[in-house]
Design a protein around this ligand. Structure first.
Ligand code: EPU
Length: 445
C-alpha cells in the first residue's frame, strides 16, 4: 500500500519557511526550564512615554526601555517630528524636545507602527494642528479610531481627511466630559495627553485602566500634569500652562505580556523559573486562570531582586477563558493561553471579546497538530498530549511568541518564519529562553 504525505498549508499553498527570506527561529522540545529571566520594559508603555515627550521642552529620560524594533520605529517617527533621541546607556533613552516641532506623521512610518496614533493628542494640544497618515488595520482585523476623534472633537478639535491623511486643527483645546462606550487604551491615552495642556478640566468616564495607561499617567504627572483618578475608570485632567510642564525621568513598567510568555513556556515545557521584575498585581486574572490550569506562582525577593517564581510539574488542566479590558484577561495573552490549552488535559472554550478576527494563528497551531475549532469569536480547544513540530509563520507579535511556545511542546523541530513580527515587541526572546534551558536558535539569513 502506498501512503501519501500531504503538506498542511497555512497560506496559499507554499511552505512558509520557503517564502520568507527573513530570520527564522528553530525550536525543539527540551526538558524542564530552569533559572532566572529578566522581564523587560513594556512595549505598550514605552512607545506612549516616548510620544508624551512631545509635550514638554527639554530632555526627558526613559529607563527600562526594551530593545525592540517598535522603539526604533517610534524613534524615527519622533525624529521626523523634531525630537532628538539618543541612548546614553543600554535600555535608556534620552529624548530632547527642542520646542520646534513639525506636526506631521508620514505614511511610511505610521503604517509600520500602530502606536504612532499616540502622537495625535500631544501634537494637537501642543501645536494646534496635526497631519497624521490614517493608520491601517492589523492582521487581526480593523482597528478604528472613532473614539479618539470623537473625544478630541468634544475638546474643540476639527477633523478632516484628505489623501489618506487625517488633519486635525484646534487653536486651543478645552476641557470636556467624555464618556467612552468602550475603555479603549489608545483613545484614553490620546485624550489624557491632549487634556494635559487644554483649557479647563477634562473628565474621561470608562477610561482604560491597563498598567501601561497608569504608567503614562505617572510620567505625565511627574512632568507637571494634574491628573487624578489614575488607575480608575474615571480620570480627571486639569489643564496646565505650557510653562508648567517640564521634562522628567521615568522607569518603564515591566511588560506583563512578555512575562506571560515565560509563564507559558514553563507551563508547556515544565520546570521552575524566576521571572525577575514580573509584577503579579498587573496579571491577577491571568495568574488565577493559570493556577486553575495547575501552574504554581510564588513571589520572591532575594538580595534586592524581586519577581515571581513560576513552576509547573504536571500536565495542564483545561479551563474556559474570555478576554476583556483590564483587569480582565488581555487579548494579547490569548495566543499564549490557547497554546497552553492545546496541550492541556480536557476541552476548553476561549472567547475573544476585543478583536473578533484575532484567531489567525490557530491555523498555524493546527499545522502543529493542535485540535482547535473556531466559531465566530469562540475557540474550542481539545488538548493533545504533544504537538508535532513543523514550519509555521508568525502573523503578529503575540501570535509569533505563541508559535515559539508551541515549539517547546512539539516533538521534532518547529521552524518559525515572520520573525520580524516577534522582533517588534520581544527583547531577545530567543536568548532569554535559551538562558533558561530551551533548545532554541535564531537563524539570520
Ligand atoms: N476601538 C474602536 N474605536 C476606537 C478605538 C478602539 O472601535 O476609537 C476598538 C478596537 O477596534 C478594538 C478595541 O476597541 O476592537 C480595543 O482597542 P484599544 O483602543 O483598547 O486598543 P489599542 O490602543 O489600539 C492597545 C495595544 C494592543 C492591545 C490593545 C488592547 C498598543 C500599541 N497596543 O491597542 O496591543 O491589544 O490595546 O489591550 O498599546 C500588541 O501589543 O500586540 C497589541 C496589539
Amino acid at each position: 500500500m502506498r501512503s501519501i504525505l500531504l503538506a498542511v498549508s497555512a497560506g496559499p499553498g507554499l511552505d512558509p519557511s520557503i517564502i520568507d527570506t527573513g530570520p527564522l527561529i528553530t525550536v525543539r522540545r527540551a526538558g524542564d526550564l530552569s533559572g532566572r529571566v529578566l522581564v523587560p520594559g513594556a512595549k505598550n508603555s514605552v512607545l506612549k512615554l516616548m510620544a508624551a515627550c512631545l509635550l514638554a521642552d527639554g530632555t526627558s529620560e526613559i529607563s527600562n526601555v526594551p530593545r525592540i524594533a517598535d522603539v526604533s520605529i517610534m524613534s524615527e517617527l519622533l525624529e521626523a517630528i523634531g525630537l532628538r533621541l539618543d541612548s546614553p546607556e543600554p535600555n535608556t533613552l534620552r529624548v530632547t524636545n527642542p520646542g520646534d516641532l513639525v506636526p506631521v506623521a508620514p505614511y511610511e512610518l505610521v503604517e509600520r507602527i500602530r502606536a504612532s496614533i499616540n502622537v495625535l493628542g500631544p501634537l494637537l494640544t501642543r501645536c494646534g494642528e496635526v497631519r497624521l497618515s490614517l493608520p491601517g488595520g492589523d492582521d487581526f482585523g480593523a482597528r478604528p479610531i472613532d473614539m479618539h476623534i470623537a473625544g478630541l472633537e468634544a475638546m474643540g478639535a476639527e477633523f478632516k481627511t484628505s489623501h489618506g491623511y487625517l488633519e486635525a486643527r484646534a487653536d486651543r483645546l478645552h476641557g470636556a466630559d467624555i464618556v467612552f462606550d468602550f475603555p479603549s487604551v489608545g483613545a484614553t491615552e490620546n485624550i489624557v495627553t491632549a487634556a494635559v495642556l487644554a483649557d479647563g478640566v477634562t473628565t474621561v468616564e470608562n477610561a482604560a485602566r491597563e498598567p501601561e495607561v497608569v504608567d503614562l499617567c505617572h510620567f505625565l504627572v511627574s512632568m507637571g500634569a494634574d491628573i487624578s483618578g489614575v488607575g480608575t475608570s474615571r480620570l480627571t485632567v486639569r489643564g496646565v500652562g505650557r510653562d508648567e510642564l517640564r521634562p522628567a525621568s521615568h522607569r518603564t513598567v515591566p511588560d506583563r505580556v512578555q512575562a506571560a510568555t515565560y509563564i507559558a513556556a514553563v507551563a508547556v515545557a515544565g520546570g521552575e523559573v524566576e521571572m525577575v521584575d514580573a509584577r503579579p498585581a498587573h496579571m491577577e486574572m491571568l495568574l488565577t486562570r493559570c493556577r486553575d490550569m495547575g501552574i504554581v506562582f510564588e513571589p520572591f525577593e532575594d538580595d534586592g531582586v524581586e519577581g515571581v517564581r513560576v513552576s509547573c510539574s504536571t500536565r495542564l488542566r483545561s479551563v474556559d477563558v474570555q478576554t476583556l479590558p483590564y483587569p480582565g484577561i488581555a487579548t494579547d495573552y490569548k495566543p499564549l493561553i490557547i497554546t497552553m490549552l492545546a496541550v492541556a488535559d480536557g476541552v476548553s472554550i476561549v472567547t475573544e471579546n476585543l478583536y473578533p478576527g484575532r484567531f489567525r494563528y490557530v491555523e498555524e497551531l493546527q499545522r502543529l497538530g493542535a485540535d482547535i475549532r473556531t466559531d465566530g469569536h469562540h475557540a474550542v480547544v481539545r488538548g493533545q498530549p504533544r504537538l508535532s513540530g513543523a514550519p509555521v509563520r508568525a502573523h503578529d507579535i503575540r501570535a509569533g511568541a505563541a508559535m515559539v511556545v508551541a515549539g517547546l511542546a512539539a516533538e521534532g523541530t518547529t521552524t518559525i518564519s515572520g520573525v520580524r513580527h516577534i522582533d517588534r515587541g520581544y527583547d531577545d526572546l530567543v536568548g532569554r529562553l535559551a538562558s533558561i534551558g530551551a533548545d532554541i536558535a535564531r537563524v539570520d539569513p
